[in-house]
Design a protein around this ligand. Structure first.
Ligand code: EPU
Length: 418
């Protein structure tokens, strides 16, 4: 079993290039199924979720080579469209196989997805979308069965602006007959990234980044070369870590607009944040103003940053509140922070955080990916050596987390323990 150890108290310093976006990568890889031709995806992060995807693609019959951060994938010989078990059960984004396989083969069987336990995470909106396009849907023995004589464009209104449903419907509609309109679509940058890849393959998608997406179905798609956008959640986590450690870092080759809400909140707390083209500079302090944070769909404050932000708010002089309206029970990190001495109450969908309580090191466990990011931030802030178990969750979304932090001067290492 592996753990991360962090000796806190060292301010992060230096310049760091941020890796490609996980939540783009996990949709772009299955999207290549629709091309039936060789595709190249550049700037992929080397994280376990991506490695799992390369295994799934091989299992389906694709030819895959992943060197450095570039993936060559050829799905022309792919014939298998039933994948009820195995890797698909271990991550959330495997649901994108449904849209991609349904789009290409008009039928598929895909195991219900796993992923971080953040409370209930239904996929009913994905299913409603597929049904509107003409697919019959049923769930049997833990797998979703989808079948359609043909897919026909439709007008689909999403009750919730869901990232996954928006992308999945877009995937399925790309090769459908006629026009699909997705209303109340999600606007996250990763959705734009997926549409950019699909359009480069010959799809006709307009309106991404707004809440109405229009897709004109096409007969077939061809191969393409696509480079992934930088990961806004890794960017945000490092910004928070810099502020938490009282350091000064420059993040390079990032898109500052993608973290506008975080920049606003860090400035409200009193941190210095400067944007300069593709760079963001963060200068931390010893203490901050308390603030309230409420997660929203993009461009609001991302739920994926509320957990690391909670650790930083322990450094504020006063009481802060973090409310998560996307995942009302994404609070498993709080118990672990309490082990480090934090004084936090959870009331409904909110965490009420008492600041200015010095953190002590402890043995803590990452229960999900961003809970792990939160504990890393807390470890950087604490006295002594913090031991973080459950590193496999962190490895799903952060490429070589200890290497990245070591480069910025942190005293962090990975250990194998019995
Ligand atoms: N929802 C439904 N029905 C659906 C779909 C979603 O009720 O059919 C609800 C969910 O339960 C949740 C809300 O809608 O309350 C938002 O869910 P969404 O579908 O937008 O989330 P997702 O696509 O499952 C992606 C990211 C998450 C990120 C959320 C919100 C991927 C693979 N995952 O999940 O990322 O938190 O959007 O931005 O893109 C992470 O990276 O740590 C992570 C969890």
């Amino acid at each position: 079993m592996e753990c991360l150890k962090i000796r806190g108290g060292r301010p992060l310093r230096g310049t760091m290039r941020v890796s490609g976006a996980k939540n783009s990568a996990v949709a772009l890889i299955p999207a290549t199924i629709l091309a039936s031709a060789p595709c190249v995806i550049e700037n992929l992060p080397r994280i376990s979720d991506v490695l799992r995807w390369t295994d799934i693609m091989e299992e389906l019959g694709a030819t895959v080579s992943f060197e450095g951060s570039t993936l060559h994938v050829d799905t022309s010989q792919l014939t298998l469209h039933e994948i009820p078990n195995g890797n698909v059960k271990k991550m959330r984004a495997s649901y994108y196989l449904m849209g991609a396989l349904l789009g290409r083969f008009k039928r598929c069987v895909v195991g219900l997805p796993g992923g971080c336990d953040l409370g209930p995470r239904p996929i009913d909106l994905h299913m409603k979308g597929f049904e509107a396009l003409g697919a019959k849907v049923h769930v049997e023995h833990g797998a979703v069965h989808l079948v359609a004589d043909e897919l026909r464009g439709a007008r689909i209104y999403l009750d919730i602006a869901s990232v996954g449903a928006t992308i999945n419907i877009m995937l399925a509609a790309t090769l459908a007959k006629g026009q699909t309109i997705i209303e109340n679509a999600a606007k996250e940058p990763e959705i734009i990234d997926v549409a950019t890849l699909l359009n480069a393959m010959g799809a006709r998608i307009k309106g991404v980044g707004t809440d109405v997406i229009r897709i004109e179905g096409v007969e077939e798609l061809h191969g393409c070369v696509h480079s992934i956008i930088p990961d806004r959640i890794v960017t945000g986590t490092l910004m928070i870590a810099a502020a938490a450690s009282g350091g000064e870092i420059i993040l390079d080759q990032v898109i500052p607009a993608h973290v506008d809400s975080l920049i606003a909140k860090l400035r409200e707390m009193g941190a210095v944040v400067e944007e300069n083209g593709e760079q963001i500079r963060v200068v931390g302090k010893d203490s901050y103003q308390p603030i309230d944070v409420k997660t929203q769909v993009y461009p609001g404050f991302p739920t994926d940053l509320q957990q690391p932000m909670t650790a930083l708010l322990l450094k504020a002089e006063g009481t802060s509140m973090v409310t998560d309206i996307i995942y009302g029970s994404r609070f498993k990190h709080i118990d672990e922070l309490r082990l480090m001495g934090a004084n936090i109450k959870v009331e409904g969908r909110s965490a009420i955080i008492e600041g200015s309580v010095p953190l002590q090191s402890a043995k803590v466990t990452a229960t999900d990916l961003r809970a792990g990011a939160c504990l890393v931030v807390a470890g950087l802030m604490s006295h002594g050596v913090t031991q973080i178990m459950g590193v496999e969750h962190i490895d799903r979304g952060y490429e070589n987390i200890e290497g990245m932090l070591q480069e910025l001067g942190a005293d962090v290492w990975r250990e194998v323990i019995e």
